[in-house]
Ligand binder design. Structure first.
Ligand SMILES: [Fe+2]
Length: 283
């Protein structure tokens, strides 16, 4: 029997990985995980109960670690600078608006001027009694399944992504100094709507951070961007993970968008996140 078995969840997205903790760092396992990640989009390792050192060891085997939010905010500190605690717990996170923005579809790191993080890895440390499921939608499947006339219409379109757009649903009004702070930490990024990866596969680059389409008037552009989010989120292309404590989930941040089902700020829900540096720019 091989050290790893990967069970498909749906034809277009999701894999459950069966592997023991002691086999996790085997070269064959790492190779299989890397291949499955791009094919499946999301991989679930049920109840692995990794500590930070174990999660970082796996992260380092899989790629080059990066903490892409280090420049974005001060909250979310853990004992290790490369492990970020995703939580609304006010003792650990002094800038919860960033985490509240994750209630909406997004791709990690889009408004930072560097290649998109290749993968994000999460261990469930503490769950909320209600909500807190994480949802993933394949932006590869979303593109592949578009009718030909839409594929043709979207070729060449460019989208401006802004951090403040990702936070727009979080606030009724934003104070000038908050806006100035966010603008100082992030970069508006202009990306093609359709990303042609070096592999030849194509995906949509969408999410709440997608603020406008170059040359398309408001609100026609925002309507299109929201429709594409809805398209990508249809059940055939998406997967909702019902967490159990200790679950370890990793996803292809270049081929999926994700969001969390709202949970109570007082619940203490806490996820430990690591990330892998991307290898290619959106093009
Ligand atoms: Fe995220």
């Amino acid at each position: 029997m091989t050290a790893i078995q990967i069970e498909k969840v749906k034809p277009r997205i999701g894999g459950i990985v069966h592997v023991t903790k002691q086999d996790l760092l085997d070269d064959d396992v790492i190779t299989a995980v890397r291949e499955a990640l791009e094919d499946r989009g999301v991989l679930v390792f049920p109840r692995m109960h990794l500590n930070d050192a174990e999660q970082l060891a796996f992260t380092d085997k899989l790629g080059k670690r990066v903490n892409f939010t280090r420049t974005v905010q001060d909250g979310g500190a853990t004992d290790d600078a490369d492990v970020y605690a995703v939580t609304l717990d006010k003792k650990l996170n002094f800038q919860p608006e960033y985490v509240l923005g994750t209630f909406f579809w997004h791709i990690d790191g889009v408004t930072i001027d560097q290649p998109l993080p290749k993968a994000t890895l999460l261990t469930a440390r503490k769950l909320s009694p209600a909500g807190g499921q994480t949802e993933f939608a394949s932006t590869y499947a979303a593109y592949d399944s578009l009718p030909d006339d839409e594929k043709k219409a979207y070729a060449g379109l460019k989208v401006v992504h802004k951090f403040e757009a990702a936070l727009r649903p979080v606030f009724d009004e934003v104070a000038e100094d908050d806006l100035a702070r966010w603008r100082g930490m992030t970069n508006p990024m202009t990306h093609p709507l359709v990303w042609t990866h070096k592999s030849g596969r194509k995906s949509l680059v969408i999410g709440t951070h997608a603020d406008s389409v170059v040359g398309v008037p408001i609100p026609h552009d925002r309507s299109l961007l929201i429709r594409l989010q809805e398209w990508a989120a249809q059940p055939d292309f998406s997967y909702r993970h019902e967490w159990q404590e200790g679950d370890f989930v990793i996803w292809d941040n270049c081929g999926c968008m994700h969001r969390v089902v709202p949970y109570d700020e007082e619940s203490g829900r806490k996820m430990h996140r690591t990330s892998i540096m991307g290898e290619e720019r959106v093009a």
